[in-house]
Design a protein around this ligand. Structure first.
Ligand code: HEC
Length: 259
C-alpha cells in the first residue's frame, strides 16, 4: 500500500460516518426508495392514482393543508370532463362576499374556485390549532422535496427512541429534525376508494404523493411529450441533412461533380 492509498483510506474513514449521521440530524433520513409512474423522462402521471390521491387529500389533508394554485377546472388535466368538473364544484359550498350589505355569504362552487380552499382564516389560527406550527401549503412541496419525501413522511411515524422527547409533537425520522408537529394523518382505510383499490396506508401515501406531484406541476406530462416530439424531429432532420450532405458532396469527392 502506498502512502497515497493510506491517506485515501484514512480520508474515507473520516468522511464515512459523518455523511448519513450528520444528515439524519439536520435533513432527516433520506426518503425511502419508492418508485413512481412519473419518474424519468418517459414517465407520466398515473391519472387513476392521482385521482385516488385527490380523494385522500380531500378527506384527510384538506383539513389542515391548502393548495393555493389549483382550481377545480385543473382537474381537466386528469381526464375529467367539463360537466363533471362543474358538477363536482357545485357540490361544494364556498364562502364569498362581502355582498352589497357588507355580509359574507355561502354559494355553491364554480370551476374557477380553489380545489382545496384554505382551511384556516389566517396563519395565527392555523398555528394555534396545530401545536404552534401552521401547516404549510403543499402546492409546491413535491418540487421542493420530491414525491418520495412526502411518501416517507406519511409512512414514517414511529415511537420516539429512548432519550428523544417529542413533547406535544410526534417522532418521524424522515422529517428534518425528526420531531414534527403534524399528527400521523394516515392509518389505512381513511377513505373508501371509488375504484375499489384497497386503501392501505402505503397505497394512500403513494396515491397522495402522486396527486401532489401532479398538483405541483400539472403541465409536466405535456412538457415531456413535447420534448420527445422535438427530439424525434431533430433526429429526423439530422437524417435529412445527412442525406442532403451525401448527395451534394459525394460527386464532388468522387471528382465527377458537374461544377
Ligand atoms: C391535523 C392537521 C394536519 C393534517 C390532517 C395533515 N397535516 Fe401535514 N402538516 C401539519 C402540520 C402542522 C405540519 C407542519 C409540521 C412541522 O413543521 O413540524 C405538517 C407538515 C406536513 C409535511 C411536511 C412539510 C415540510 O415542510 O416538509 C407534509 C409533506 C405534509 N404535512 C403532508 C400531509 C399530507 C399529504 C396530509 C394528508 C394525508 C397531511 N399532511 C395531513 C398538519 C396536518
Amino acid at each position: 500500500m502506498t502512502r497515497w492509498h493510506g491517506l485515501l483510506a484514512v480520508g474515507l474513514l473520516a468522511a464515512w460516518p459523518a455523511g448519513p449521521a450528520a444528515q439524519a440530524a439536520t435533513d432527516g433520513l433520506s426518503p425511502p426508495a419508492v418508485e413512481f409512474s412519473f419518474d424519468g423522462p418517459f414517465g407520466r402521471i398515473d391519472h387513476a392514482a392521482a385521482i385516488r390521491g385527490f380523494e385522500v387529500y380531500r378527506n384527510v389533508c384538506a383539513a389542515c393543508h391548502g393548495l393555493r394554485f389549483l382550481a377545480w377546472r385543473n382537474l381537466a388535466d386528469l381526464g375529467f370532463g367539463e360537466d363533471d368538473i362543474r358538477r363536482l364544484a357545485a357540490d361544494t359550498l364556498v364562502m364569498d362576499g362581502p355582498d352589497d350589505t357588507g355580509e359574507m355569504f355561502e354559494r355553491s362552487g364554480r370551476p374557477s374556485d380553489p380545489l382545496i380552499p384554505e382551511p384556516f382564516p389566517n396563519p395565527q389560527a392555523a398555528a394555534a390549532a396545530n401545536n404552534g406550527v401552521a401547516p404549510p401549503d403543499l402546492s409546491l412541496k413535491v418540487l421542493e422535496r420530491g414525491a418520495p419525501y412526502v411518501y416517507g413522511i406519511l409512512i414514517g411515524y414511529e415511537d420516539p427512541p429512548e432519550g428523544v422527547d417529542a413533547g406535544a409533537s410526534y417522532y418521524n425520522p424522515y422529517f428534518p429534525g425528526s420531531v414534527i408537529a403534524m399528527p400521523k394523518p394516515l392509518w389505512g382505510e381513511d377513505v373508501t376508494y371509488a375504484d375499489g383499490t384497497l386503501a392501505t396506508i402505503e397505497q394512500e401515501a403513494h396515491d397522495v404523493a402522486t396527486f401532489l406531484a401532479w398538483a405541483a406541476d400539472p403541465s409536466a406530462d405535456e412538457r415531456k411529450r413535447m420534448g420527445l416530439r422535438v427530439l424525434i424531429f431533430l433526429l429526423v432532420m439530422t437524417g435529412v441533412f445527412y442525406a442532403t450532405y451525401r448527395r451534394t458532396w459525394t460527386p464532388v469527392k468522387r471528382g465527377d461533380a458537374d461544377l
